[in-house]
Design a protein around this ligand. Sequence first.
Ligand code: FMN
Length: 213
Amino acid sequence: MNVAVSTAMNDMHTYEPGKGHGLKHDPLTAIVAPRPIGWVASMGAKGNVNLAPYSFFNIFNYKPPILAFSSNGWKDTVRNIEETREFTWNLVTMPLAQQMNTTSAGVPPDVSEFSTSGLTPVPSRFVKVPRVGEARAAMELKLIKIMQLETKEGTKVECWMVFGEVVAIHIDKTLIVDGVYQTTLAHPISRGGRKGDYFEISPATMFEMPRPD
Ligand SMILES: Cc1cc2nc3c(=O)[nH]c(=O)nc-3n(C[C@H](O)[C@H](O)[C@H](O)COP(=O)(O)O)c2cc1C
């Protein structure tokens, strides 16, 4: 039996998001999961440094590399990036999970999450914003644009998408084997759906499937 037939035979829970999901927990972010985490460091005009995780995040272009994340609400990270037009992205791995979570706490803009989490701000090469010293991969970015999202009717939504171009990439050399970056060696974690759900990326869950020619 192919997948299409088996799905059609199933009893589907169907809902229109605007009218409620009718479940114990909104399944949206559990369906679009796991999501990579954009652990974003930024700096305000006064030099205040900020670090926070954003899972509405991904890479959208290869050459040049363009990353984006969205902020539900005008948060410190977005305001800082609007002010100084730079940020860094940092890889969240299993050993850094707790500290990443600590950096998601709402603290005043003048309090650095590097301090609250005990992480090391390491100077970047091309931007003033530091990167996370403990992160096994990191990128330096310059702002391309900040875009406020809209509904299909053109009504503004309290959500801002930040696009950045990567100007430098840093990789822990032990993650490179025979010239190939090994994703699973770093044990990155990804965001699940409900409040505290995460997935660890490990060699056991990897499989290879080259594209058809
Ligand atoms: C794993 C994880 C992913 C998150 N993803 C997002 C996100 O995609 N968008 C968002 O607005 N907030 C997200 N948050 C919440 C922010 O990290 C949180 O609001 C944080 O305080 C924002 O920091 P800032 O105000 O310093 O920018 C996430 C939190 C966690 C723990």
